[in-house]
Write a protein that binds this ligand. Structure first.
Ligand SMILES: Nc1nc2c(c(=O)[nH]1)N[C@H]1C(S)=C(S)[C@@H](COP(=O)(O)OP(=O)(O)OC[C@H]3O[C@@H](n4cnc5c(=O)[nH]c(N)nc54)[C@H](O)[C@@H]3O)O[C@H]1N2
Ligand SMILES: Nc1nc2c(c(=O)[nH]1)N[C@H]1C(S)=C(S)[C@@H](COP(=O)(O)OP(=O)(O)OC[C@H]3O[C@@H](n4cnc5c(=O)[nH]c(N)nc54)[C@H](O)[C@@H]3O)O[C@H]1N2
Ligand SMILES: [Mo]
Length: 766
């Protein structure tokens, strides 16, 4: 067999299957390939793959209904026909008894696929076309706060993060790059759909060689790569807004800001200036004030501010800063800092929210569309902000705030998940478990026995990418890939699409026709490719038909100019090209947000002390960031992810001072705990993170157990065993999993075995 081109969220690569063995190699076009591809060879036929449809014993014996045995029960294998009959009957029962507002289909998640077999698109289309709709979720765990605040103040997430400053501009123009939260290469090598060229490392090297000064503002020095030759400033986690306020205070005090730009392009500066200078509350937000909050010396802050004047400055605020209590504030304040410097919209300058956190950002957009599966119409208007799932399940009918609206949680009876892992992405997993116990029925399509699958009533085994034909493409990468199936499906696994098509047939009426439109998956690939072919044709470019594309394996799409997007046009002529904000200008104050009256998100960016900061009982700040060795929880059982564990556990990095104070040595197993729960991890002494901070990446599979005293703990090292399940603020209600106050101690008990990668107990069917 020969190598076939393939694409997934970690990038384009090539794969070959011989006699049950998978070999992968980087795509020849990629200057800095993503090592995450090394998780695949051992994963495809791993024993933890789901092999046959399974039904939870308690659900089978007692029927649908709330049950706290979820997560602790055994499973009964069932053949496809019977399981789909039972599932179709249950979907119809819930719809008929409770309406579609009884079904939660948010199904958040990053399952890896091309354009067609994207599980989330499939489940949404199925629920819309075959059942009439579902309760949906809005926004993401990635950008829960920024997606809501940015349109009020600067513009939607996409133009601000994705169509703004490019890496090419940084190489050519940027003098100073303030990277709040860093721009770690492990993160920017990932982008949904797959990016074929990872250019960030080389761009940072070239920019630094030209003299661009990178400042890594983060508790962890290695959040910028060596190539950036960065200075490191480590403010206490969660205090960046205070630091940015003090930078603006110094600029204004010393006349180094740009009043002309603030007058011509911005609204609300005078009121904000009153706040920063402390004219009303008698507390200037000056460097000395910020020093007391963020822990950096006042002189360092003042000097940093002075060094920005007259330079081309790019302010970058990573996604991580807003995945925390009051996460809206640093996102808004970053824009205000760039506005005070007069730099918004200049080449290589201004503000690019989240640059360097995902491979799409800093790239050019394609000039032709790429395929996307149409979702159909959702007949249900109920929704939740995505990270409020446990709140919804535990308190149906309760009111909550969201972006100026007062909404109520619907009463959901059935949740349908395909392509996501809530026991990876959600906070306080003990609470999530209690929340899922309230359901009548929990359905999960999975490739593997994740903790989510282990809490489901019906588990349907599905194929993974590499086991089906698909089209690989994304709107910020020119390579479009014919993702030919490389390996046959595992055991009885079926494509999500075929499972939904068979379910739709059982639902009767025109459900099957509405879902499939009479197409097989092969027909859909041809159909979806048409949008790209037509786009090429309209531009007068060679437009190969589907068969030619498929035979060629890949084609290169044309891209748009590097024109700086809406911010560049606005900078040049704010009257002709207003921003898509309520006032058409940068909203340093937002009358709309002020009118909502939220104490936790006022009408201009402000320093709001966290309610959940460190305490004497929980004095350390846990940073639960993105894992370097996998994408979220995907292929935690793969070779690359497993090789980075120690004693089979996740690694907890900490400063030598914090370790010594607790009698912890490198290699010891530690118990990390908060008021919610605990997890075990292997301590690693690190010199690249500040004292008082420990770091444990997300993504080690939740493996619940208990210590000798009977206290619950995840024996494997999933940090969401200790995180807090509460929203960023009343405005956005985003995820706050990045930062948690914790304590840590050596764990001297006998070490419990990790069982996360063994399938659950099964019993023969009756
Ligand atoms: N504490 C804390 N928590 C966090 C974060 C944090 O910083 N701190 N970060 C958050 C962020 S930014 C995100 S985006 C989320 C990510 O959360 P998720 O996107 O939910 O995590 P994944 O592990 O990518 O989940 C994808 C699931 O899809 C399955 N899958 C793969 N292919 C297929 C397929 O073809 N079909 C089906 N049906 N399933 C498939 C995989 O096995 C996996 O279980 O986590 C969030 N959680
Ligand atoms: N390898 C890999 N790459 C990924 C992903 C993955 O799972 N694996 N996930 C992708 C996804 S879906 C997303 S959304 C992005 C997420 O992108 P981010 O959310 O930006 O990534 P993180 O790694 O969680 O956080 C980046 C760094 O922010 C720093 N930080 C945390 N809190 C603070 C703070 O209060 N102040 C400052 N100044 N710094 C802080 C931490 O040191 C942390 O290492 O990553 C993407 N890239
Ligand atoms: Mo994300």
């Amino acid at each position: 067999m020969s190598f076939h081109p393939h694409s997934a969220h970690w990038g384009a690569f090539q794969a070959r299957w011989d006699d049950g063995r998978l070999t992968v190699r980087p795509h020849p076009r990629d200057p800095d390939p993503n090592p995450l591809i090394d998780n695949l060879p051992g994963a495809l036929r791993h024993p933890v793959r789901v092999s046959v449809p399974m039904v939870r014993r308690g659900w089978l014996e007692r029927g649908p209904g709330p049950d706290d045995a979820r997560g602790r029960d055994g499973y009964v294998p069932m053949d496809w026909d019977e399981v789909l009959d039972r599932l179709a009957a249950e979907l119809a029962r819930v719809r008929d008894a409770h309406g579609v507002q009884g079904i939660f289909g948010g199904s958040y998640g990053w399952s890896s696929a091309g354009r067609f077999h994207h599980a989330q698109s499939q489940v949404h289309r199925f629920l819309n076309t075959a059942l009439g709709g579902y309760v949906r979720s809005v926004n993401s765990y990635s950008a829960g706060a920024s997606a809501v605040i940015l349109p009020h103040v600067l513009g939607p997430l996409e133009p601000v993060a994705m169509r703004n400053v490019t890496w090419t501009q940084i190489v050519q123009h940027t003098d100073v790059l303030l990277a709040f939260g860093g721009m770690a290469l492990k993160n920017s090598r990932v982008g949904s759909g797959g990016i074929s060229q990872h250019v960030e490392r080389e761009a940072m090297r070239q920019a630094a060689a030209r003299g661009c000064r990178f400042v890594c503002i983060s508790p962890i020095r290695s959040d910028l790569p060596q190539e950036a030759r960065a200075e490191w400033l480590a403010p206490r986690p969660g205090t960046d807004t205070a630091l940015m306020l003090a930078l603006v205070h110094t600029l204004v005090s010393e006349g180094l800001h740009d009043p002309a730009f603030l007058a011509s392009h911005c609204d609300g500066w005078p009121e904000f200036e009153t706040y920063v200078m402390g004219r009303a509350d008698r507390q200037p937000k000056d460097a000395a004030w910020a020093a007391g909050i963020c822990g950096l010396p006042a002189e360092t802050i003042a000097q940093l501010a002075r060094s920005l004047a007259g330079r081309r400055v790019l302010v970058v605020v990573s996604h991580s800063l807003q995945r925390a209590e009051h996460g809206e504030q640093p996102v808004w304040m970053g824009a205000v800092l760039a506005a005070a410097l007069g730099q918004l919209g200049l080449p290589g300058g201004g503000y690019n929210y989240a640059l360097g956190t995902i491979a799409h950002y800093g790239k050019r957009a394609n000039a032709v569309p790429v395929a996307a599966l149409p979702q159909g119409r959702n007949g249900c208007d109920r929704f939740i902000p995505v990270a409020r799932i446990a709140d919804m399940l535990l308190a149906p009918g309760t009111p909550f705030d969201y972006d100026g609206r007062r909404l109520t949680y619907p009463h959901v009876r059935l949740a349908y998940w395909a392509g996501g892992n809530p026991f990876h992405h959600h906070q306080d997993l003990w609470r999530l478990r209690r929340a899922l116990a309230t359901l009548d029925t929990f359905v999960v399509h999975e490739i593997a026995w994740t903790a989510t699958a282990r809490h489901a009533d019906i588990v349907l085994p599905c194929t993974m990418t590499l086991e089906r034909d698909d089209i690989g493409a994304t709107s910020t990468d020119p390579l479009m890939i014919a993702m030919r199936r490389v390996a046959p499906p595992h055991r009885l696994a079926r494509d999500d699409y075929d499972i939904f098509a068979d379910l739709a047939r059982r639902l009767g009426g025109d459900a099957h026709q509405a879902f499939t439109e009479g197409r097989s998956s092969a027909d859909w690939l041809r159909h979806l490719y048409e949008a790209t072919r037509k786009g090429l044709q309209d531009l007068g470019l060679p437009a190969p038909d589907f068969d030619a594309f498929w035979a060629r394996g890949e084609i290169v799409l044309p891209q748009q100019a590097d024109d700086g997007g809406i911010l560049r046009a606005f900078h040049a002529d704010p009257a002709a090209h207003p921003l898509p904000t309520p006032s058409g200008r940068v909203q340093i104050c937002s009358p709309a947000i002020a009118a909502f009256g939220y104490a936790d998100c006022p009408g201009h960016p402000a320093w709001l002390p966290p309610a959940d900061g460190p305490t004497p009982e929980h004095p350390l700040v846990l940073i639960a960031n993105q894992p370097a060795t996998r994408l979220h929880s995907q292929f935690d059982f793969g070779g690359h992810s497993q090789a980075a564990k120690r004693q089979g556990r996740e690694v907890c990095r900490l400063h030598a001072h914090d370790a010594a104070a607790r009698g912890v040595h490198d290699g010891d197993i530690v118990r990390v705990f908060s008021a919610r729960g605990a997890f075990l991890a292997c301590a690693e002494i690190a010199d690249d993170l500040m004292p008082g901070v420990i770091q444990v990446p997300t993504g080690s599979w939740f493996d619940p157990g208990a210590d000798a005293a009977g206290r619950p703990l995840c024996v494997h090292g999933n940090p969401n065993a200790v995180t807090r399940d509460s929203g960023t603020s009343s405005l956005a209600q985003g995820c706050t999993g990045q930062l948690t106050a914790v304590q840590l101690e050596r764990f001297d008990e006998a070490l419990p075995a990790v069982r996360a990668f063994e399938p659950p107990a099964t019993q023969p069917g009756s």
